[in-house]
Write a protein that binds this ligand. Sequence first.
Ligand code: ISL
Ligand code: CA
Length: 559
Amino acid sequence: MKTAWWKECVVYQIYPRSFADSNGDGIGDLRGIIGKLDYLKTLGVDVIWLSPVYKSPNDDNGYDISDYQDIMTEFGTLADWDELVVGMHARGLRLVMDLVVNHSSDEHPWFVESRKSKDNPYRDYYIWRPGKDGGTPNNWKSFFTGSAWKHDPATDEYFLHLFSTKQPDLNWENPRVRREVFDMMHWWLKRGVDGFRMDVINMLSKVPGLPDAEPVDGKRHVQGSEHFICGPRLTEFLGEMKRDVLSQYDILTVGETPMVSPDDAVALTDEKDGALNMVFQFEHMDVDRVGERLTDRPNGLRDLKQVMTRWQKGLEGRAWNSNYLSNHDQPRQVSRYGDDGAYRVVSAKLLATFNHLLQGTPYVYQGEEIGMTNVAFDTIADYRDIAALNMYRVQTQELGQDPQVVLGWLHAKSRDNARTPMQWSAGPQAGFSTAEPWIKINPNYTTVNVEQALADPDSVFCYYQKLIQLRKANPIFVYGTYDLILPEHDEIYAFTRTLDGERLLVVLNFTAKTPEFAAPTDLVYASAELVIGNYPAEAGDVNRFTLRPYEARVYRLTA
Ligand code: ISL
Ligand code: CA
């Protein structure tokens, strides 16, 4: 297997709006991040991925960009950004920027021109179509509810927006669009960027003719997705991006790719000729999802094992996994897969063990390292996410759903769960700001915060530190081959990692129960050294033991 720095690193994702506010306006900013670089260095991560910091009217918190070569007013200036890069590089940290080029903001000058007239030079930068039978050009739906088309009175045509109405899709069929994007990427790379996380990058190519879609049951797919997920020219467009831009720099590239299979991922990231280093897959995020709700997961753990094992084995030796349990679009992992009550600390450590022991590059989302939890606002007025607000409006006003029921769904699944301010201390505004923040702070900041975590050797934070150090010191953490054991077990997720005759055994109890682990007969071993665990070590038979609630153990086996 080829070695690479981007396989060995740990990536930390910052959602800048919610990370640290330096100037007391209630909004996180670049200087706030600069002030926390030593904290990130203490944690031990190597790469920082910033969610978008470009100029934006913030319809979707920066995922709607109106100037790709400037900084969002609330976040600071290009000079601040330059200082951030210098500060990071001085500490040996690398910077990955979000690249959002499936769509721009409708306030981007390209779109402002494009909508003016049918013969405007920028018309073809976006996807315009006349209506059909007095309605939209086709039946595709937006990810944020409603049609994916919006009528524009100026020219009496519709433009395509897979996301909000303020996020028109760029037309990648147009070579001028590709040229603009590639030039912009060079500009950032020359300024010091070390990589890109590419937003919904597998949606760039739409099937010619934009045909009507099969109606869907609302489970996994958005209506129309078969006509824009990994579309006919995707590998060609990304191949061009690789030739023109990516291959000229030593960078990390990760594509965000909803609705892909391991085979799709290999097509994009094959070690031999793929365009990208890795992709974010979503199958494990869908294990517990039905429409707007999270289910109780009757077979949750077995399904999770099946999905993760398919990805681990499907990419083995051919491509590289990017492993995550959280990001700015997902509920908090400890609330979702762990227990955010009595077992918060121990289950947060269990999930960390899982994410860092899989083969692939681990991604940590801000606050995860102190075990931050979901939040339950009791009124829709406290929610900020456009996806949540649109969904609430449609469900309560158009479909007659009980508002309390919909609020319950948001408590479990809203993207705002991950977007409440970072909890730095038990002080005013959780140490995030001196003003009232743009979104409410999770009330548990008085006990769940960085100050507490740094002072407590048994904290979730200190456990992350240890995991990250182990990964740096032991190539088997990075390159070891993954093999699932006990596939049918309903409570324990166990697997091995093997490299050059060395073997690790990872045993994870995903429940509050106390199941017994019994080593499969082909894996019985003479002795085992505990490398890391989330409870004090216990003496006893290493081939058979009872696990405590949410216990995680990693052993180095000796035959
Ligand atoms: O958030 C989701 C589910 O909760 C997804 O449907 C999400 O919209 C999808 O994964 C794409 O996400 C990315 O692009 C969006 C942006 O809103 C997300 O924040 C971003 O991660 C549009 O740019
Ligand atoms: Ca600020």
